[in-house]
Structures are given as C-alpha cells and as structure tokens.
Design a protein around this ligand. Structure first.
Ligand SMILES: Cc1ncc(C[n+]2csc(CCOP(=O)(O)OP(=O)(O)O)c2C)c(N)n1
Ligand code: SF4
Ligand SMILES: [Mg+2]
Length: 307
C-alpha cells in the first residue's frame, strides 16, 4: 500500500540539473522543487517566461541567476501571450524546436492572466502553460486568489471573515477549451510529474499543467511537512492526479489505495486551524462530490481508450 512518507527511488529521474544551487525561495518551498523537476522532464532547449510571482524572485537578482535556461520576466497578466509571442519569433527564425513555457502562479493564471491564457488556448498556440498553484498571492503577502480554498485564512480573508467562495475550477475551464493536453501534477509524486512534462513536450499546441505547490509560509506550517502535505492532498482526493487529452479523454494517473479524510491534510496547516468540525464535514462533502464527477469521466475515458 502507498504511504504518506514513502520514499521514491531516484531511478528514472533524469540527473541533469537545469537549476544551480542558491535559490531565494523560503525553506521547504514546493514551487522551487516543482521547477527543478519540471525542467528535468522538459530538458533543453526550453525558454521560460514568468510573470510577477514568487518565481520572479527565486532565481536571484540580476546579474546572478540559478537558471540554466533562458528566463524572461513578463508583466503579470501576459504570461500566455508573451509565451505565444516568443514562440512565433523562434519559428520565424527557424528555431521551432525550442519549447516555450509560461510559468505562472495561481494569481497570475486563475485571476489576472486568464484572458491571455484563454486567448492562447482558443488559438491553440504552441506553448506549455504551467500554473504552480500555492492557493494565494504569496509574493505580495498571502492575499486570497480565486484558487484559495473555501474557508481558508489569508491576510485578506482573516479568521473572522475566512474565504466564503470555493476554489475556481481552472482545470474544467481549460478542458472546455478542448486543448490537446491537460495534466494535474505535484512534486510529491515526482515520477508521475516528470512523465507528464515529457509527454507535454512531445505534443503540439496548447498544453496546460496544473501543479499543486505547497507554500509553508502562506499555509502556516513547518517547512519539513511540505512533501507530506502535497501527498495528502492527492491521497484525500483534494487534488487528484490525472490527464485529459483533446478536452475529452480523462485518465487518472494515480489511484490511492485508500482515501485519506481531508482533515488529515487540513489539520497540519494553520490556514485551516479556525475551521469547525461542521466546516470540515462540508469541505469533505464538496471534495467527495467533485471526485465522483471526475470518477465518471475517468470511467468514460477508459471506454474511449479501449475503442
Ligand atoms: C499588474 C500587476 N498587479 C499587481 C502586481 C503585484 N504582484 C506581484 S506578484 C503578485 C502575486 C502573485 O501571486 P501568484 O500569481 O499566485 O504567485 P505567487 O506569488 O503566489 O508565487 C502581485 C499581486 C504586479 N506586479 N502587477
Ligand atoms: S512564499 Fe511560499 S511560494 Fe513563495 S518562496 Fe516562500 S514558500 Fe515558496
Ligand atoms: Mg500563488
């Protein structure tokens, strides 16, 4: 059976590092590990464009950088359109083999960058768009975003007035664009994540990867729980791991042997500490409901694959 503290074998994880040491992330930052693994899956040649977010800071201040691939800082709302523009310029120069990646936070994706993202997806621009989702605007001091879960504390949704809206379902929004490839992933399942980045690279058109990315600072938890919390999000079905091809064929890439109650995930994080038993029950109900819907799609996906 799969355990929360399971150690993964390094076998099959590419040894090449496209990040050097000395990044400026907080200790235990899920986003920094996510980039490291993503680049192992993508390999070279790859060019990144990154809007305002923690990842603008993490590589270090000019002229120093931990990045071994080109990294272009763009305006907050423009990740997808900047990536599409870079790709068009490369194509014009006969450099179509370069994989262009937009790497943005949840605020930069679900909120301010959604117009550019929707436009790129509708045109099926040949880019990979990654949303690393730490469920708030962390870089500016933990403000709520539309990815912040229902009931969560942030500095703009304080304990006396926690977030009253559920998390926006960006995956279903992107699937509705019928893009060639969408995947959910987390660095706590490194093999699954790297395989999805390799697959995304091999496909043409708009590919979207939603990374669940722990933030010990904003989630109010010790940094050594970072991996455990990301795993519990998967094992509790809060963040199921799956992929969708052509906006139609769903495939679950990891099926937990045993579903963990959401409380086991929530009680490790200070941002949920104020929630009552009733609140947690309601949260569990919402997670179960969403998973039931997904399960039907996974079953249908299996039928489609069998044809
Ligand atoms: C147009 C614009 N509005 C606001 C900001 C300020 N700002 C910079 S980073 C950031 C938060 C980004 O949040 P998210 O995309 O979730 O990434 P995270 O910081 O969580 O990594 C904000 C609001 C900005 N740089 N540009
Ligand atoms: S605030 Fe959160 S996402 Fe940003 S660097 Fe720190 S741990 Fe990482
Ligand atoms: Mg964020």
């Amino acid at each position: 059976m799969y355990s929360v503290n399971q150690r993964f074998d390094n076998q099959d994880i590419p040894e090449d590092e496209l990040l050097t040491s000395g990044n400026l992330a907080c200790a235990g930052c899920g986003a920094s590990l996510s980039m490291r693994l993503a680049l192992k899956g993508l390999g070279k040649p790859t060019t990144l464009t990154v809007p305002a977010c923690c990842w603008t800071i993490i590589p270090g201040a000019f002229p120093r950088s931990i990045m071994e691939v080109p990294f272009f800082n763009c305006a907050f709302e423009t990740a997808a359109s900047t990536a599409a523009g870079i790709k068009a310029a490369y194509r014009k120069r006969g450099m179509d083999d370069i994989c262009v990646v937009a790497w943005a936070g949840d605020g930069g994706t679900l909120d301010i960058g959604i117009q550019a993202l929707s436009g790129a997806a509708e045109r099926n621009d040949d880019i990979i768009y990654i949303c690393y989702d730490n469920e708030a605007y962390m870089n500016t001091g933990i403000q709520r975003s539309s990815a912040t879960p229902l009931g969560s504390w942030t500095t703009t949704t304080p304990v006396k007035n926690p977030k009253s809206e559920p998390k926006k379902d960006i995956d279903e929004i992107m699937i509705a664009h019928r893009i060639p490839y969408l995947a959910t992933a987390t660095a706590a399942f490194p093999h699954d994540m790297i395989a999805k980045f390799k697959k995304a690279r091999s496909i043409k058109g708009t590919r979207f990867i939603h990374l669940f990315s722990s933030c010990p600072t904003g989630w109010r938890m010790p940094e050594n729980l970072s991996i455990e919390v990301m795993r519990l999000a998967v094992l509790s079905n809060i963040f199921p791991l799956y992929e969708v091809e052509g906006g139609e064929v769903y495939r679950q890439t990891f099926v937990p042997d045993e579903i963990v109650p959401v409380n086991e995930y929530m009680h490790l994080q200070g941002r949920f500490r104020h929630l009552t038993e009733e609140d947690i029950k309601a949260y569990q109900k919402a997670v179960d409901k969403r998973y039931e819907t997904l399960k039907e799609r996974f079953a249908k996906g299996k039928e489609n694959t069998a044809i």
